[in-house]
Design a protein around this ligand. Structure first.
Ligand code: GAP
Length: 408
């Protein structure tokens, strides 16, 4: 029999999966045809959440740095990439006493003589290695420098499970950071700290994040040192993100090198690889943010997203939807300018105010703005805070700045 803690944790997963479907975050893939295991479709709010996570990552690790070069490589790659990178031989899980390669195989080309085997990439990393020379030739970066990519990856997982945790189609955010061999340890530690900083920044529950040194034998075929960041999911403490020291394994195999212009020396840079799964980031964030409390004698559930990450920053409501002067004011003077400025703003005039608040709490909207009769005379509105339930009056002309400050 399950103990009470396990039961509570199972309930939490169920609540999150059900909320995600009901409120338009995440749907089971191909649902009307019975689904396709290991795939999910992203609804409007889930997509907004995912985009905000990706944007925050890109801003921190690419846009705010001088040493990072973005790339968006093709998902389909020449099968030689995967032979040379060791994936054809090693990217496998045990199944019935044999090794089962988890790369998703496909065929490219129409005419029989042109057909070539290809794979949907199982990691975005190789898209960066094969463009190493292009990037060096185009931008002439000095070591250390990095390449960054966000994109889809595919794995024919033997047992997809636990909602977004193990799926067959997912997204990765990866960095390949090229350093001199003698500097690898320094940058390994540096990237470990950077990764932790970002996790905290997006609002993960850091008490549930643990860094685990992976022993030799358990590491991927390309790695000489790996630290996994594990998260305490309801189904156990498991991998969230990873940090690997890939040595010169990939560049050497692809026969790529780098001319160090300072002393005109040909070297093969070594690689530190911070890797982040977007889907696991979303799951860990949902689990970190889901909260329940009692308000007015009722249990309310809410998602405690930071304003910078929340799918919706604020909802705008006229106090009563049948009073045209309130509706007109709310629409023209509040909703329209905020929508134009932030995008992530919604109109909600359904049911009474209490119901609207609950609905917004449930999807994690940090602020609800209500236009009432006082607004018509003093040009102020009520702004209600999701976490505390506190309300304050804010001048309509100050709303944009008020929200901008909260987002940063
Ligand atoms: N380039 C290195 C690499 O791919 P990995 O640990 O195999 O390393 C990186 O994958 C990240 O991708 C993981 O830390 C995890 O967040 C995510 N990931 C891997 N397999 C996944 C799956 N089947 N479903 C969801 N996310 C997955």
């Amino acid at each position: 029999m399950k103990n009470i803690k396990d039961k509570k944790e199972d309930d939490l997963m169920e609540k999150i999966v059900s909320l995600c479907k009901r409120r338009g975050f995440i749907f089971p893939g191909s649902e009307i045809y019975g689904g396709l295991a290991g795939t999910y479709d992203w609804g409007h709010f889930g997509l907004a959440l995912k985009n905000n996570i990706k944007q925050s990552w890109w801003k921190k690790f690419v846009d705010s740095r001088r040493d990072m070069y973005g790339i968006d490589a093709a998902i389909l790659m020449n099968s030689k990439v995967w032979e040379v990178a060791g994936h054809v031989a090693n990217f496998a899980d045990p199944l019935d006493g044999k090794k089962f390669n988890t790369m998703l195989k496909t065929e490219v080309g129409a005419k029989k003589e042109d057909v070539a085997v290809s794979y949907l990439r199982p990691e975005t990393a190789q898209g960066m290695f094969v463009n190493f020379k292009n990037t060096v030739d185009a931008f002439h970066p000095k070591l250390p420098f990095g390449m960054a990519q966000i994109g889809k990856a595919f794995r024919n997982e033997i047992a997809p499970r636990d909602f977004l945790f193990r799926v067959r189609e997912f997204e990765q955010m990866e960095i390949e950071y090229f350093v001199r061999k003698e500097d690898w340890e320094k940058y390994f530690i540096y990237w470990k700290d950077e990764m932790l900083e970002w996790m905290e920044e997006i609002g993960l529950d850091m008490k549930k994040v643990h860094d685990i040194e992976i022993p030799e034998g358990d590491r991927a075929h390309y790695s000489s040192r790996t630290v996994d960041f594990e998260f305490e999911y309801p189904f156990g403490q498991k991998e969230l993100f990873g940090l690997a020291y890939r040595t010169d394994f990939d560049l050497k195999n692809h026969k790529l090198d780098y001319i160090d212009e300072e002393n005109n020396e040909k070297i093969i840079p070594h690689v530190i690889e911070p890797t982040f799964g977007v889907d696991r980031a979303v799951l860990a964030l949902l689990l970190s943010s889901y909260s329940e409390d009692e308000k007015d004698g009722e249990v309310r559930s809410y998602l405690k997203f930071k304003p910078s990450i929340a799918p919706v920053i604020c909802a705008v409501s006229p106090l009563l939807k049948n009073k045209s002067d309130l509706v007109e004011y709310a629409n023209e003077k509040v909703f329209a300018p905020l929508k134009a400025e932030f995008g992530r703003v919604i109109w909600d005039d359904n049911g009474n105010i209490g119901k609207r608040y609950r609905r917004q709490d449930e999807i994690g909207t940090p602020y609800c703005i209500v236009v009432d009769f006082d607004t018509l005379t003093d040009d102020t509105v009520t702004v209600r805070d999701r976490d505390t339930g506190n309300q304050e009056r804010v001048k309509v002309e100050e709303l944009k700045n008020y929200l901008k400050e909260k987002i940063n």
